[in-house]
Design a protein around this ligand. Structure first.
Ligand code: AMP
Ligand code: TRP
Length: 333
């Protein structure tokens, strides 16, 4: 079956190994299959749900495009565009916000985490963020959405919104309920400093993550300083459950090499961390530095990156405008 793929990444800087292994690597594989139609969106409207410096935002939009391409997405095969330039997204988000229920949004754990203790001070955009995400997906009759594990709940909400719209307006299958595509193993890459916390762009310490722009020396240093425990490496997978940092590092190793977790555990059973870290550092250097070098090269070709977005926006505009027209008819505008 032909898959229609849509995914988004926020242009908030510091794209890291978690973004790569949890999402972008999957984008590349989907893009390589000629049967699929892929759309990858730089979700700048989502980015401004928290404060952004306008100059940095502009750079980060380009850097996100550069990261897509440096990771192996072919702009000839996929549509790459930025959300703010295709007005259907904001418009559909409003209409869908009249379909979504407060009770549904109140359950979103990402909002609770991001808003922190003082919810009164969070922007309304941060609260309604998953509705905009549903609009992104539903406008393109998306069948599959590759994302990291943290976005699973937002996708369930998207399916609920699609179904409620179809029911309310008696338009069977007008919106298609998309399937999430989440990596089976290591769908969540954790911080190098704390194996119970997600690797994140916003974490203060840069030592907590491998950025996709990191150079060889930075990778060496970060893995050297990555938290471990005092025991040698385990002999069974089961032991990893009580050793979050070890589990994360072996998971990263497995993801990058394509080995199963069993095989990785077997390979390093009872070895000490210095030996394992050496292998991990090497595979990270092999996989990440070519991406990092390519990102830097592409960032000096601003016109090329802008052209990709302009072309992508034109294509996205055509598809989404048609869907919005139908939405207007259904709603009675
Ligand atoms: P964001 O940077 O929040 O826009 O995320 C872009 C994509 O990366 C989404 O599909 C996320 O689910 C995924 N992602 C972000 N952080 C991680 C992580 N630590 N582990 C796995 N996937 C992640
Ligand atoms: N919310 C997603 C994230 O933070 C980004 C996103 C926005 C997205 N719109 C999307 C992902 C549509 C998939 C499909 O990671």
């Amino acid at each position: 079956m032909k898959k229609k793929i849509f995914s988004g990444v926020q242009p908030t800087g510091n794209l890291h190994l978690g973004n790569y292994l949890g999402a972008i690597k999957n984008f590349v594989e989907l893009n390589n299959d000629d049967e699929n139609k892929c759309i990858f969106c730089v979700v700048d409207l989502h980015a401004i749900t928290v404060n952004q410096d306008p100059k940095e935002l502009k750079n980060n939009i380009r850097e996100t495009v550069a990261t897509f391409i440096a990771s192996g997405i072919d702009p000839q095969k996929s549509i790459i565009f930025n959300q703010s330039k295709v007005s259907a997204h904001s418009e559909a988000a409003w209409i869908l916000s009249c379909v979504a229920r407060m009770g549904w949004l109140n359950r979103m754990t990402q909002f609770k985490e991001k808003a922190g203790k003082d919810k009164e001070k969070a922007s309304i955009g941060l609260y309604s963020y998953p509705v905009l995400m549903a609009a992104d997906i539903l406008l393109y009759d998306t069948t599959h959405v590759p994302v990291g594990d943290d976005q699973k709940q937002h996708l369930e909400l998207c399916r609920d919104i699609a179904q409620k719209f179809n029911n309310d307006f008696k338009t069977d299958n007008f919106f298609i309920s998309p399937e999430p595509l989440i990596q089976k193993e290591f769908s969540r890459i954790m911080s190098l400093k704390d194996g119970t916390k997600k690797m994140s762009k916003s974490e203060l310490s840069d030592l907590s993550r491998i950025n996709l722009t990191d150079e060889k020396e930075q990778i060496i240093n970060k893995i050297k300083k990555a938290k471990t425990d005092a025991l040698p490496l385990p002999t069974t997978i089961k032991e990893l459950d009580s050793r979050p940092e070890t589990k994360n590092l072996i998971g990263i190793y497995s993801s990058l090499t394509g080995l199963t977790l069993e095989k990785s555990v077997e390979k390093f059973a009872e070895k000490n961390f210095s030996e394992f870290k050496e292998s991990l550092t090497q595979i990270l250097i092999d996989k990440i530095t070519p991406i990092s070098n390519e990102i830097k090269k592409l960032l000096s070709e601003k016109n090329y990156l802008d052209e990709i977005l302009t072309e992508g926006c034109k294509k996205a505009e055509i598809i989404s405008a048609e869907k919005i027209k139908k939405i207007h008819e259904i709603v009675g505008f």
